[in-house]
Design a protein around this ligand. Structure first.
Ligand SMILES: [Ca+2]
Length: 408
């Protein structure tokens, strides 16, 4: 899309007017309903592509999936994904062919089901993969050993043995969290939801409304900030429903989470992108958006009165030119991939005007997860139009491949 300078300025000003709108919006569901009209902070125009500020070009890798949720790379460069009803599915990234390699028995209800997935960084030695799944007794993280461990490109794992689990993470019909990622420190991070008990997010003895950090054995990570509280897994607190985790090139942790749907004070929207510090409190349920309270950290960016309903997030690599280091966040209700300037403040007017760009707005429907490919540049992006809140179209759900493009 190419916008004239005048139109871009108008869009920019209109976007900021979105900050002032307060919508009366109450929804019993886990995702925000919003009635605002017009653009918001998260609805800014795309900047015209040029060599230094490319826009993504999307191609379809794979179709016919059923609510893809978790996603991670195998050492071969192929993908393992979860499909929320309970399928663990392998995707050949060379030709898009797929094979469901394991069925899990999960409580596929509301926002629960088979959710996050992480492949251990030393998979070729240990064969470990981790799943975040909803059972009748709570959310749980399970470690499985896959065989064979040494997979060539185009070769799917065949057998799985469940080895251990971390049970009893609070669950509910909505706000189940679910994201799993290994950090650059080799530790496993999990984003949880408040399980519709907001006060638990502020309770360091509860695993609800947190980012948890653990070892490959699903034990509390050494150095966790509250080792004597609860199970000692808590890394950060005051979260409502964490759905995305990603690290930047400096090792900084980013997290995306859903803002309120009216359950407290009639508050709505204000989805968040946060920079995570160990032991810090991110505000829920005491404050939202730019509200301040001593001892809590405000979001790096928030959606104001608009709704992203964020899923996964990722950090763009060097091939993205002036956008390298940007954080992208998949939007479910927002129907877009949002791009935010990464570390540091936006530099100059152009960045300020385009920060919060909405890529692919309304083109593919609901977007769940985004992952950097094995080359460190391309992105895998999943749709979520079969999750009961979207309008499936032919071929849904799908995995798209995004590459930087200087063309329109
Ligand atoms: Ca917050």
């Amino acid at each position: 899309m190419v916008f004239s300078p005048v139109l871009r300025l108008r869009l920019f000003l209109f976007a900021f007017s979105g900050f002032a709108l307060l919508a009366a919006c109450v929804s019993p569901a886990g995702e925000n309903e919003t009635q605002t009209s017009g653009a918001s902070y998260a609805g800014k125009a795309e900047r015209p592509a040029d060599g230094n500020y490319p826009l993504p070009r999307a191609t379809t890798l794979c179709e016919g999936l059923d609510v893809p949720w978790g996603m991670d790379l195998l050492p071969s460069g192929d993908l393992l994904i979860t499909e929320r009803p309970g399928h663990l599915t392998w995707i050949n990234t060379a030709d898009g062919s797929k094979k469901t390699v394991l069925e899990r028995s999960v409580l596929n209800r509301g926002e629960g089901g088979l959710l996050g997935l992480a492949v251990h960084p030393e998979f070729e030695n240990n064969g470990w993969i981790y799943l975040y799944e909803t059972s009748r007794d709570g959310n749980r993280i399970v470690r499985l050993r896959a065989e064979p461990r040494t997979l060539k490109a185009g070769q799917a794992p065949e057998r799985f043995t469940e080895e251990r689990s971390l049970d009893n993470i609070p669950h509910a019909r909505f706000h189940d969290g679910g994201i799993l990622r290994f950090g650059p420190d080799g530790l496993l991070y999990a984003g949880t939801g408040d399980a519709r008990q907001p006060e638990l997010a502020s309770d360091t003895s509860s695993d609800a409304g947190k980012i948890l950090r653990m070892t490959a054995e699903l034990e509390p990570a050494p150095g966790n900030p509250f080792p004597d509280h609860g199970r000692g897994l808590v890394y950060s607190m005051g979260h409502r429903n964490v759905q995305g985790l990603a690290w930047d090139a400096e090792g900084g942790l980013w997290a995306a989470e859903h803002g309120p749907s009216g359950e407290i004070n009639g508050w709505c929207c204000h989805d968040e992108l946060n920079r995570i510090r160990p032991g810090a409190h991110y505000g829920w349920p005491h404050v939202i958006g730019d509200q301040t309270k001593q001892g809590t950290i405000p979001p790096y960016r928030h959606s104001g009165s608009d709704t992203w309903a964020p899923g996964g997030c990722a950090v763009l690599g060097p091939a993205w030119g002036g956008y390298a280091g940007s954080v992208v966040v998949a939007g479910l209700r927002g129907n877009a991939l949002y791009r935010f300037a990464g570390n540091g403040d936006p530099s100059g007017k152009e960045d300020a005007a385009t920060d919060g760009q909405a890529w692919f707005k309304d083109r593919y429907g609901r977007l769940r997860n985004v992952l950097v490919a094995a080359d460190g540049q391309a992105l895998y992006l999943t749709t979520s139009n079969r999750d009961g809140r979207g309008r499936p179209r032919e071929g849904d759900d799908r995995i798209l491949v995004l590459r930087p493009s200087a063309g329109p």
